[in-house]
Design a protein around this ligand. Structure first.
Ligand SMILES: NC(=O)c1ccc[n+]([C@@H]2O[C@H](COP(=O)([O-])OP(=O)(O)OC[C@H]3O[C@@H](n4cnc5c(N)ncnc54)[C@H](O)[C@@H]3O)[C@@H](O)[C@H]2O)c1
Length: 414
């Protein structure tokens, strides 16, 4: 895929922006003229190309403390949707890398979930404990608005409802706003339901039945997703184990659902049928993988595998069935995407229930081609992007396959 765009948005004068653009144009002519020039001389473009990105936008408004990056990975299927994260990044490079990595992940998640959405992500550089103010987020909202729907934002790490409302006051290209304001509210019940369906699909593959009755299931984390997941599992008579670095949270969840509390380090060695990471990413890594005593991994956390290729292959070799994270935790994006059509919880749940079939399809594909399940889901996601992309070369009077035009919000129509 070709790099399509590179934009600086800033508070500086137009002259400066034009100068920067002129430099970029000049550089691209230099590349054409001097074939020997290598992309290594353009590290940012090289990184964009490595991650197959379309566009990166730098948003600068120093007087209100805004330094943000919006990464748009791929819009073949529709507008790029992905949350905005506020984080105290150690360097610009780290922030750019995070935005690019996360935006790419969103493309795959939307594609495999059958959504007509592309992948994007935004990061705001700053300390979420100290650096928040209304003007910063309203300025960010204006930058999002300037993209005219190519990027749609949502809540992510470091953000709360209050900041999302500030952004919403400047742009309609926001999802996941409170139900009272016409949005979809907290996505974690739908995320948990999707994880539950993915877990059942994995049980079907591993045991020939999707009943979870009597299965030992270990949930790492006792936060929002874990709580809703544990409530669903309680109805299936499973033997449940929960853990959290805050013991009180684990104890509360255990009291409500009848689970047993275990120490955070014990979750990796506990004999289980199903391990469900619902806390952090990177928990399947060189230190933990050989201790795992489970048959299946299916959880809500993002980036469960520390190194996707290496640890995916190791799980396959160990005979542990891995339900790819971005497939089974897609309920959250399915939920916020429903806002684009006018939010209806029942429809969002129904769409999330399809995670069952998608997960099974991935397992079958992986087995048939003797590849890891994460590789299989990547291939199937890429195949959908390619085939829908080919379809879009046909002339149509409508701008979107679903006739709803990705940039429109039902809630804003009269
Ligand atoms: N909320 C959603 O709808 C959604 C959607 C997709 C993916 N996710 C992912 O799912 C995960 C959980 O999300 P959440 O909204 O429930 O977050 P949360 O913050 O409500 O819960 C996370 C919990 O994990 C605990 N924790 C952190 N480190 C731990 C450790 N080492 N061992 C045990 N517990 C630990 C925290 O104390 C916290 O209680 C995150 O990785 C998130 O990115 C969430």
């Amino acid at each position: 895929m070709r790099i399509r765009n590179f934009i600086f948005f800033g508070s500086g004068s137009k002259r400066i922006i034009n100068h920067q653009l002129k430099n970029i144009m000049d550089q691209s002519f230099v590349i054409k003229d001097k074939k020997e020039a290598s992309m290594k001389d353009f590290p940012l473009f090289s990184e964009l190309a490595d991650f197959d990105h379309e566009q990166i936008v730098f948003c600068s408004r120093p007087e209100v403390g805004l330094h943000a990056i919006i990464a748009i990975h791929d819009t073949t299927l529709g507008p790029a949707l992905g949350g905005v994260r506020m984080w105290n990044y150690a360097s610009e490079k780290e922030a750019i890398h995070d935005a690019l990595r996360l935006a790419r992940g969103m493309t795959y998640k939307a594609a495999i979930s059958g959504l007509n959405l592309g992948g994007g992500k935004a990061v705001i550089i700053g300390d979420p404990q100290k650096d928040k103010n209304e003007l910063l987020f309203r300025a960010f909202g204006r930058f999002v608005d300037g993209l005219a729907g190519r990027y749609i934002t949502a809540e992510d790490v470091g953000m709360t409802e209050r900041e999302m409302e500030w952004i919403f006051s400047e742009t309609k290209y926001v999802t996941g706003i409170p139900k009272a304001r016409g949005g979809s509210g907290d996505p974690s019940p739908v995320t948990a339901y999707g994880v539950y369906m993915g877990m059942k699909a994995a049980a079907q593959k591993a045991y020939g039945s999707d009943s979870l009755e009597g299965k030992r299931i270990g949930i790492q984390g006792a936060g929002s997703v874990a709580t809703h997941l544990a409530r669903l599992l309680r109805n299936e008579n499973v033997e449940m184990f929960v853990t959290d670095i805050f013991e009180e949270k684990a104890l509360n969840l255990a009291r409500e659902t009848g689970a047993k509390v275990i120490h955070p380090n014990k979750i990796y060695t506990q004999e289980l049928e199903i391990f469900s990471p619902c806390a952090l990413g990177g928990v399947v890594n060189d230190d933990t993988i050989n201790h795992l005593a489970c048959h299946i991994i299916a959880g809500g956390a993002n980036n469960v595998l520390d190194r996707e290729v290496r640890h995916g292959q190791m799980l396959k070799d160990l005979g542990i069935l891995y339900a790819p994270d971005y497939v089974v935790n897609a309920g959250g994006v399915i939920n916020v995407a429903s806002e684009l059509e006018g939010y209806n919880e029942q429809i969002a749940m129904e769409k999330a229930s399809r995670i069952y079939d998608t997960t099974l399809e991935i397992f079958e594909y992986a087995e048939e081609h003797n590849i890891t399940t994460n590789e299989a889901s990547n291939i199937l996601a890429e195949e959908r992007i390619r085939s829908v992309g080919r379809l879009k070369t046909l002339y149509s009077s409508k701008s979107s396959l679903s006739n709803r035009k990705g940039e429109m919000y039902m809630r804003n129509r009269n």
